[in-house]
Design a binder for this molecule. Structure first.
Ligand code: FES
Ligand SMILES: [Fe+2]
Length: 459
């Protein structure tokens, strides 16, 4: 059902095979720019990556009540995610089994049934067709056969409230797929004593650039000093020039990072300022106490005013009591930009931003983002969190417009097809331990991309 016809000609096979070149001994890593511009490459990505990888749909808190639902395009397809009256989650293809109309036009809501707006067929919250106007004209038993029910997406999985779907019925389990990224989702989820929730609505914007450029950009410590100099100037003018701001403004500086006493909780070592390959194409860049911005549960900044100081230390005290000093330090004071292959970013920095994006053309993507925060947070803390959520990564914040500009400039640069065919992504490759301002996290993505796309040769 989900197989698409092969559109790959011999030339595209060649491009895919040769798109990522790596020589570890020389510290060389090159990506061919055609992977950002070629329609046939995008078609191959839809078929090979988006039809087989786990894709983020939404957060369980968005459909907390029985009967609640959200509709979204995920992996290029319109889908419904709902929680039925018994509390069970379902992901349906949002298309009527009669003649194909979307059965649900609303973005979200609560309902026990979905009525197709075209001819009025009604499905219950488990997708069962329960009413057909003029049913007597249908073949006997057709409505009751189950054949005309809504169709569920082959796989649905949830980890710490993050809900994913997979169009491949034979895909590995979500837990196996997430691999070591689970440890990051654990850290992100532990800020809330009674869980986490998506706050408010969805940020939506489009970028005239290839989707993979945003995955690269979302954990790129190297560009902060130049692309985000305005933000760093703003932070310095608001909060004073701190050591952290000074270091971030200098890409050559080595960050001074607080070491935790006996290893971090990600099973490796106590240097938190490094890139981690989390398996299956996922990666994180992380530091602790090294970023210039405030974190609502750990790091007060002068711009928040004196009143906030007492509240933040009280929040921190409670978290230390709940999690222990070491774990609390990681959860509240650790900044981490996480890439989950292929197109999910979780930036737990000054606020928690969940971001996903999907290509509509080789040179255009649609981006969705949400804020995640602890359930039961005080209004004053929530206010600081949401200001932070908007201030940097919001579509009109200090970061996103500058990032969008840079990605669109890259995409324009790729129109030069002659003479400059390759991107260089080798920074830090010869280091034993690449850091946040190196490019190992991007290489993790590209190795996985290459691994999957090279299978196209057999498809
Ligand atoms: S297309 Fe849905 S009822 Fe006809
Ligand atoms: Fe950026």
């Amino acid at each position: 059902m989900l197989q698409r016809p092969s559109l790959l000609n011999a030339e595209v096979h060649h491009v895919l095979r040769e798109a990522v070149l790596e020589d570890r001994s020389l510290g060389a890593f090159k990506v061919n720019r055609r992977v950002f511009t070629d329609e046939a490459v995008l078609e191959a990505e839809r078929r090979i990556i988006f039809d087989h990888c786990w894709l983020y749909f939404g957060h369980g808190s968005e459909i907390a009540q029985p009967g609640s639902f959200i509709t979204r395009r995920v992996g290029g397809r319109p889908l419904i995610l709902n929680r039925d009256r018994t509390g069970k989650l379902h992901a349906f293809f949002n298309t009527c089994s009669h003649r194909g109309a979307l059965v649900c036009r609303e973005r979200n809501g609560k309902r026990r049934s979905f009525q197709c707006p075209y001819h009025g067929w009604v499905y219950d919250d488990r997708g069962v067709l329960i009413a057909v106007p003029g049913k007597e004209s249908m073949a006997p038993g057709l409505v009751e056969s189950g054949e005309m029910n809504l169709v569920e997406v082959p796989k649905l999985g949830e980890y710490r409230g993050f809900v994913f779907i997979n169009f491949d019925p034979n895909a590995m389990s979500l837990e196996d797929y997430l691999a070591d990224a689970k440890a990051v989702l654990d850290l992100v989820s532990e800020q809330g004593e009674t869980g986490m929730e998506v706050v408010g609505g969805t940020q939506e914007y489009a970028v005239n650039a290839n989707w993979k450029l945003l995955q690269e950009n979302s954990a790129d410590g190297y560009h902060a000093a130049t692309t985000h100099s305005t933000y760093l100037d703003y932070i310095a003018s608001r909060d004073g020039m701190s050591d952290n701001t000074r270091r971030m403004a200098d890409p050559a500086a080595t960050r001074v990072v607080k070491a935790l006493p006996d290893g971090d909780d990600m099973g490796q070592d106590n240097d938190f300022n490094r890139v981690r390959d989390l398996g299956n194409g996922h990666a994180v860049i992380a530091s602790i106490g090294a970023a210039p911005w405030g974190r609502p549960y750990a790091r007060w900044v002068p711009g928040w005013g004196e009143d906030a100081k007492a509240e933040i230390s009280e929040i921190a005290r409670k978290i230390v009591k709940r999690l222990g000093a070491r774990r609390a330090e990681l959860v509240t004071n650790g900044d981490r930009n996480t890439l989950i292959f292929p197109n999910l970013v979780i930036n737990d920095i000054m606020a928690i931003t969940i971001r996903t994006f999907y290509p509509v053309r080789p040179n255009r993507m649609e981006v969705n983002a949400w804020a995640l925060g602890p359930i039961g947070e005080s209004p004053t803390s929530r206010d600081r969190r949401l200001r932070n959520f908007l201030e940097f990564l919001g579509p009109a914040g200090f970061a996103s417009p500058d990032d969008v500009e840079m990605l669109e400039m890259c995409q324009s640069g790729y129109e030069n097809q002659i003479g400059m065919e390759w991107n260089d992504i080798s920074r830090g490759m010869l280091k034993e331990r690449p850091t946040n301002t190196d490019e190992e996290q991007m290489r993790v993505f590209w190795r996985r991309w290459k691994n999957l796309m090279s299978r196209a040769n057999n498809m």
